[in-house]
Design a protein around this ligand. Structure first.
Ligand SMILES: C[S@@+](CC[C@H](N)C(=O)[O-])C[C@H]1O[C@@H](n2cnc3c(N)ncnc32)[C@H](O)[C@@H]1O
Length: 234
């Protein structure tokens, strides 16, 4: 996996000042959880599984809640030419070095024009929204506004499967956390985001109903503690 580190990012556009540091402990655990190469490999596999690698490379793609931008590297590696990322944390966005355009902004209030993008991707961002269902509704409504008719959303979020319950149980074993730094990083991230994380995991039916009220479901897979959803704006 070759992540381009020396290509400067285009200037970061600030839609708002952002949160200078959302949560130092969470961000440090997030960076410890996987190397950018491991994360990029995971994203590439995921996008291939969903068939995104087969899509027209001229589509205008935005990753929302893009964090340090590893998903943007994966999209560029798949050959997409127009790739943008939005996140609330300038601190994380500044870690990114690559060709995508970045915006500091709140995904509940996107500044893109109506019908101006073809694909919107979210990987692990919606479960950070503080108020459900209101914030989710606001975000999905913004996504629907920004997408052109026929455009697609790709959403990957944690989902309470038996596998995820097992992971939660393992996270509680302190000795394992000490022996396995990746487990400790995951457990730390969960601890730091516990309120929104638990709120998200406790409402699967309502969340799916909301997704399907904004988009026409094309793929809906639940496996290994994740929901993988592809929907189309009709
Ligand atoms: C779990 S990270 C996911 C980052 C990236 N998608 C990944 O998988 O590596 C969640 C990200 O959502 C961002 N975030 C949280 N609330 C947000 C909001 N309302 N608008 C934009 N970004 C937000 C955080 O700053 C964080 O970078």
């Amino acid at each position: 996996m070759n992540i381009q580190q020396n290509e400067p990012a285009l200037q970061i556009e600030y839609w708002q000042p952002g949160m200078e540091c959302c949560d130092e402990i969470w961000e440090s655990a997030y960076r410890r959880f996987e190397t950018p190469e491991q994360e990029c490999h995971k994203f590439l596999k995921r996008l291939q599984q969903l068939g995104v690698d087969q899509w027209d490379k001229n589509l205008r793609v935005v990753e929302l809640f893009c964090g340090q931008g590893t998903g943007l590297h994966a999209l560029l590696e798949l050959g997409f030419h127009s790739v943008e990322g939005v996140d609330l944390s300038p601190h994380l966005l500044k870690q990114y070095q690559g060709a995508a355009q970045l915006y500091v902004g709140d995904c509940r209030e996107l500044k893109f024009e109506d019908h101006s993008r073809d694909v919107l991707i979210v990987q692990g961002g919606l479960h950070h929204l503080p108020i459900l269902p209101a914030d989710l509704e606001q975000t999905l409504s913004e996504m629907q506004r920004v997408l052109r008719p026929g455009g697609c959303v790709v959403i990957v979020e944690p989902w309470l499967t038996p596998f995820l319950r097992f992971v939660h149980a393992v996270c509680k074993i302190q000795v394992l956390r000490k022996l396995w730094p990746k487990l400790d990083a995951l457990a730390t991230m969960i601890e730091q985001e516990i309120t929104t994380y638990e709120q998200w995991l406790s409402q699967p039916e309502d969340i799916l109903a909301l997704l399907n009220s904004y988009f026409q479901s094309e793929q809906q897979k639940v496996a290994f503690g994740k929901l993988m959803y592809v929907g189309q704006k009709t």
